[in-house]
Design a protein around this ligand. Structure first.
Ligand SMILES: *[C@@H]1O[C@H](CO)[C@@H](O)[C@H](O)[C@H]1NC(C)=O
Ligand SMILES: *[C@@H]1O[C@H](CO)[C@@H](O)[C@H](O)[C@H]1NC(C)=O
Length: 301
């Protein structure tokens, strides 16, 4: 007996196509990994299926002629090369379509760029040691996996020459292997340390830290400051996508934690309307493990 082949009606095809286009530009969760040895491996982080971007935190010593240094807390020790195994995690994440960036800066460290030449030298260091610049004589502290880009979490030192660094890094982008540049400014606008770099308009993703700064974050029961601040950022900063950066647990920051039900019911429905909305950034994988925050919000992001 001949089975009749069912044709898919054009209207269904159109709906399928639309949902495909929608998911390729989908919003997602970015998470910081690296500052607590008790947060699982990078591969485990990506295997949860809840994250679309991971920032490895931090390269917290660079500039001014210093030899750059990575610090991954209890995960591994760069000085004995034990962080090279992180390459396995980077590849595991990338095989799931997750973008992995190296985050430079952080709240503790010794970093500052002293000139345009210093920015150029540091961009070459990053290219050879973490990006597609190949091994050669480079130490490659995270092994031979090629990271997707560099994240700027500049919280100390001077604002100078980060705009140069962004431009130099972007010049390494090739067709088929883009170098992503992302950043985590604090929510007071403009950001004192990253403002000039953001004004290059070269950032792919900007995850604004809407915490530790009550005038531009959520405070118990009050969503107005946060929504106004979100509008300010999304209307002023030219970047690929802008993310709502949040603490993953009340203890993860001094202030700014938003209960998951408030976020999903009162905040995400409003900020999602922005064309620039990219999703939510969480500090950090360690705190997310403790609170289960990403599990509670992922379907609404
Ligand atoms: C921080 O870096 C500067 C060079 O940029 C250096 O002179 C200074 O000694 C460093 N401080 C520490 C505590 O490492
Ligand atoms: C960057 O651009 C914004 C306007 O979008 C402006 O307010 C700010 O002063 C500029 N410069 C710096 C260093 O932030």
């Amino acid at each position: 007996m001949e089975t009749k082949r069912e044709l898919i009606p054009p209207v269904i095809l159109l709906l399928l196509l639309q949902s495909f286009l929608h998911t390729t530009a989908a919003s997602g969760i970015a998470v910081y990994w690296g500052q607590n040895g008790n947060e699982g491996t990078l591969a485990q982080t990506c295997a949860t299926g809840r994250f679309s971007y991971v920032n490895i935190a931090f390269l917290n010593k660079f500039g001014g002629g210093q030899t750059p240094e990575l610090n991954l807390a209890g995960h591994c020790n760069p000085s004995t090369n034990s962080c090279r195994v992180v390459s396995d995690g980077i590849r595991a994440c990338q095989s799931r379509g997750i973008k992995v960036m190296l985050s430079i800066g952080g709240g503790i460290g010794n970093y500052s760029l002293s000139s345009t030449q210093d920015a150029r030298d540091f961009s070459l260091y990053l290219w050879h040691n973490f990006l597609g610049g190949g091994g050669g004589s480079a130490a490659r502290p995270l092994g031979d996996a090629v990271l997707d880009g560099i994240d700027f979490d500049i919280e100390l030192g001077s604002p100078l020459y980060y705009d140069d660094l962004v431009k130099f890094l972007k010049r390494f982008s090739r067709r088929g292997r883009k170098v992503y540049v992302t950043g985590a400014p604090q929510c007071p606008f403009p950001d004192r340390l990253l403002g000039a770099a953001l004004n290059t308009s070269l950032f792919d993703y900007v995850w604004v830290q809407f915490y530790n700064n009550p005038p531009c974050q959520y405070t118990s029961g009050n969503t107005v400051n946060l929504k106004n601040s979100w509008l300010r950022w999304t209307s002023s900063v030219k970047a690929g996508k802008i993310f709502l950066g949040l603490p993953a647990a009340p203890q993860a920051a001094g202030s700014g934690f938003i209960p998951a039900d408030v976020l999903t019911a009162e905040i995400l429905p409003v900020i999602r309307k922005s064309r620039k909305y990219g999703g939510v950034m969480l500090w950090s994988k360690y705190w997310d493990d403790r609170s289960g925050y990403s599990t509670s919000i992922v379907k609404s992001v």
